[in-house]
Each structure stands twice: as structure tokens, then as C-alpha cells.
Design a protein around this ligand. Structure first.
Ligand SMILES: [Zn+2]
Ligand SMILES: [Zn+2]
Length: 99
């Protein structure tokens, strides 16, 4: 039994808003640190969220091992069995009009 391999993926909390997020270094030549929400999206939600500034990721949770994000920017199977999540964006600060 050796030491655990250095993981490039981690489930953590957003330092800004505290939401649970998945952080992963994605990419081969130009590595990109991606912070993604953990909430699976419906097809409709993906269509409304997807945009030039916000990517949708295929969140593949293997039976064992660490989950991996896969970019869905190219053609992606509509019946993909994996969860799809959006790049994390902190919710806008709500005006404090509650009291
Ligand atoms: Zn997928
Ligand atoms: Zn946040």
C-alpha cells in the first residue's frame, strides 16, 4: 500500500460564498482550474445556463476513484448518463432588505 496519489480533483467549498464545489485541473496543454457546482442540471437548465462565459461540465463519478469533469463544449450525447454541472458562479449578493 503506497501513499495516495496526488489528486488533481477536490471537493471543497467556494471561498467566497461557501457553496460546495468541485475543483479540478482540466486540460493537457493549457491546464485550467475549473470550479464547478455539484448540483446536477436538467437539460432545460443547461440550455439556459450555457453561454460564452459559463461552461457546462460532464461530471463523471466512477465506481471508485475521483470524479472527473469532462468538457461538453463539443457534441455531447443527449442521453449521457452522467450528471451535468455548471461552472460555479457565486450568487449575486442579495440586497439586505429583509429588515
Ligand atoms: Zn455528459
Ligand atoms: Zn461561490
Amino acid at each position: 500500500m503506497g501513499r495516495p496519489r496526488t489528486a488533481s480533483t477536490v471537493t471543497t467549498k467556494c471561498p467566497s460564498c461557501g457553496a460546495p464545489v468541485h475543483r479540478e485541473l482540466v486540460g493537457h496543454t493549457a491546464a485550467l482550474m475549473v470550479t464547478a457546482d455539484l448540483t446536477p442540471l436538467t437539460t432545460e437548465q443547461q440550455a439556459s445556463i450555457r453561454g460564452p462565459n459559463r461552461l457546462i461540465w460532464c461530471y463523471r463519478q466512477p465506481t471508485w476513484g475521483t470524479p472527473r469533469l469532462t468538457w461538453t463544449g463539443h457534441w455531447h450525447p443527449p442521453d449521457c448518463p452522467h450528471h451535468h454541472v455548471a461552472e460555479h458562479q457565486c450568487p449575486p449578493a442579495e440586497p439586505t432588505t429583509l429588515f
